[in-house]
Design a protein around this ligand. Structure first.
Ligand code: DX5
Ligand code: ZN
Length: 220
């Protein structure tokens, strides 16, 4: 039993063959990270509710929905109804993180809080024992295939310390630029839930890529 999880990020899949790509990782991990972008909070667009609803019909994977959008409160019910298992919103996009956590949980879902790399890490620390997951972005959100930012390790460590000090079991996630080199660095800094897009779906064999990422943590 490992003490960490890997969640392939659907953003890097071939959108023309979504279910084929999902099935290619389904046996290797239970988690699927789904990026939702609005073109406002981030400079890009991705998929929305209908796609989540459609893929839900064909897999039992845990849907970890990452909302990179303003007014996240408007989209909790639609994504809950579409089959999300966890919804993660950005701390920059709400004045009431605890209210949003309660709203997400009212649908029986897990609740995560994400933080942009340009936001002081202190702003998320009061919530480390309130949310189910804290997602420390390790790239500027909006695009796959970016490089893991220097400075991420200290931010991950700060969240790890706060979680441990409060004796919480909150997952500490990282997202962006996670590959065979950076996954161990992030693990050593305290992360335990790794989102990986291009390192998984950009590989020739996505399932094997998940296994390889896993062994980069466990073998060293
Ligand atoms: C970026 C998204 C990520 C993205 C990661 O804004 O939140 O989930 O898919 O992609 P990679 O792993 O390619 O950096
Ligand atoms: Zn993401």
């Amino acid at each position: 039993m490992s003490d960490f999880e890997i969640a392939p990020s659907l953003l890097a899949a071939d959108f023309g063959y979504l279910m084929r790509d999902i099935k290619s990782v389904e046996g290797k991990t239970g988690f699927l990270h789904i990026d939702i972008m609005d073109g406002h909070f981030v400079d890009n667009l991705s998929i929305g509710v209908p796609v989540v609803e459609s893929i839900r019909k064909y897999t039992d994977m845990f849907f970890d929905v990452h909302l990179m959008l303003t007014n996240p409160e408007k989209f909790i019910k639609p994504f809950a109804d579409a089959g999300a298992n966890m919804i993660t919103f950005h701390i920059e996009c709400t004045k009431d993180p605890e209210g949003l956590i309660d709203l997400i949980r009212s649908y029986g879902l897990k609740a995560g809080i994400s933080i942009h790399p340009h936001t002081p890490i202190e702003s998320v620390l009061p919530y480390v024992d309130k949310a189910d997951l804290i997602l420390v972005m390790t790239v500027v959100p909006g695009f796959g295939g970016s490089t893991y930012l220097a400075g991420s390790n200290d931010r991950i460590s700060a969240v790890r310390k706060a979680i441990d000090e409060k004796g919480a079991s909150t997952y500490l996630s990282v997202d962006g630029g996670i590959n065979k080199k950076t996954i161990k660095i992030a693990y050593d800094s305290g992360a335990r839930y790794f989102v990986a897009g291009s390192a998984v779906f950009g590989a020739e064999d996505a399932g094997k890529a998940v296994e390889e990422l896993r062994s980069c943590v466990t073998m060293s």
